[in-house]
Design a protein around this ligand. Structure first.
Ligand code: IPM
Ligand code: MN
Length: 354
């Protein structure tokens, strides 16, 4: 029997509640499809930090390397200064596990309210491949004369040929495997960021030659923001740098129905990958059993696909579509018309019988 060891980081706020529902659905699928999931829980997050002063123990990274995948609830605590947990846990794991791809599907499921007039599921189905270890996130830069009137702050975008090329290659290959519109759009800013996106564009055009079946397309990031709203149907797969990817995927999440449904994978194709709902810890709703678990459940689906359980991943997606199509229209916390655990039960139920 196929068996997988999963590290679970429930994390902060509503993270544990949504991760619990994700695991409920994963377990239902494991039973149905005859594979085994074994979980080990790690208590990284704000509470542990406030108690011990430690964000991530040094042993964590090497320990996590021993798992088949990592399943994350959410990171972010209202009593911890912004940046400490995000950088100390989420970004550190992305960097040290070299999860160089952040894969973020943007798909409008049936029944989900979309803020775009006249757009339905047939118009919104694309995937953003975000570079996940470089760019403005590399932490390059510093202060000069900090705290004085002459203060200077510099934050540089680091783009390596190797880092850009492996991301671009992943995107072309992903687009080919997806085999939908076979169109890959590079999202950049070649008219202003004439060093960073020159490297991106040259790399993109070179790799494109190896993929004659893929239409290589380019758009500036500001135009992409406009077209996500005006013509989302133009997109199939988009590849971009870390910062632009961060921004456009929040916009993407909104057009697919909001943070209640948006999932992502931090992927190291040669190592250990980490799957998460992208919405954050929503501390306001903690412990109320009202948060929408669908994003976490969908992240679980991405994990199954990554582990090679494609059939189970397909059923999970169809189960979510049954639930959005027939039961939950408003994906907002407290507005689902059912509790977090009821939503999880419902998906698990469909996952058993579809
Ligand atoms: C995301 C988040 C993170 C990011 C934050 C929490 C560091 O916004 O996963 O998109 O900027 O990457
Ligand atoms: Mn973000």
């Amino acid at each position: 029997m196929d068996s997988y060891n999963i590290a679970v980081i429930p994390g902060d706020g509503t993270g544990p509640e949504v991760a619990r529902e994700g695991i409920k659905v994963l377990d239902a699928l494991a039973e149905r499809f005859g594979f085994k999931l074994q979980y080990a829980e790690f208590d990284f997050g704000g509470d542990r930090y406030l108690k011990t002063g430690e964000v991530l123990p040094d042993s964590a990274v090497s320990e996590l390397k021993g798992f088949d995948a990592i399943y994350l609830g959410a990171i972010g605590h209202p009593e911890v200064k912004p940046g400490i947990l995000e950088k100390g846990i989420l970004l550190r794991l992305r960097f040290e596990l070299d999860q160089y791809i952040n894969l973020r599907p943007v798909k409008l499921y049936p029944g989900v309210d979309c803020p775009l007039k006249g757009k339905g599921p047939e118009h919104i189905d694309f995937v953003v491949v975000r570079e996940n270890t470089e760019g403005l996130y590399a932490g390059a830069g510093g202060f000069l004369k900090k705290g004085t009137p002459d203060e200077v702050a510099v934050q540089e975008s680091v783009n390596t040929r190797k880092g850009v090329e492996r991301c671009v290659r992943y995107a072309f290959e992903y687009c080919k495997q997806r085999n939908r519109d076979n169109k890959l759009t590079l999202c950049g800013k070649t008219n202003v960021l004439t060093y960073a996106f020159d490297l991106w564009e040259r790399t993109f055009n070179e790799v494109a030659k190896e993929y004659p079946g893929i239409r290589a397309d380019y758009a500036h990031v500001d135009a992409i923001a406009m077209w996500f709203v005006k013509n989302p149907e133009w997109f199939d797969v988009i590849v971009t740098d870390n910062m632009f990817g961060d921004i456009i995927t929040d916009l993407g999440a909104m057009i697919q129905g909001g943070m209640g449904i948006a999932a992502g994978g931090n992927i190291n194709p040669e190592g250990v990958s980490m799957f998460e709902p992208i919405g954050g810890s929503a501390p306001r709703y903690t412990g109320k059993n009202v948060i929408n678990p669908l994003a976490a459940i969908c992240a679980g689906g991405m994990m199954l696909e990554h582990l090679g359980q494609r059939e189970a991943a397909d059923v999970l997606e169809r189960a979510v579509m049954e639930v959005t199509g027939k039961h939950i229209r408003d994906l907002g916390a407290g507005r689902m018309g059912m509790s977090t655990s009821e939503a999880g039960d419902l998906v698990a139920d469909y996952a058993q019988k579809l």
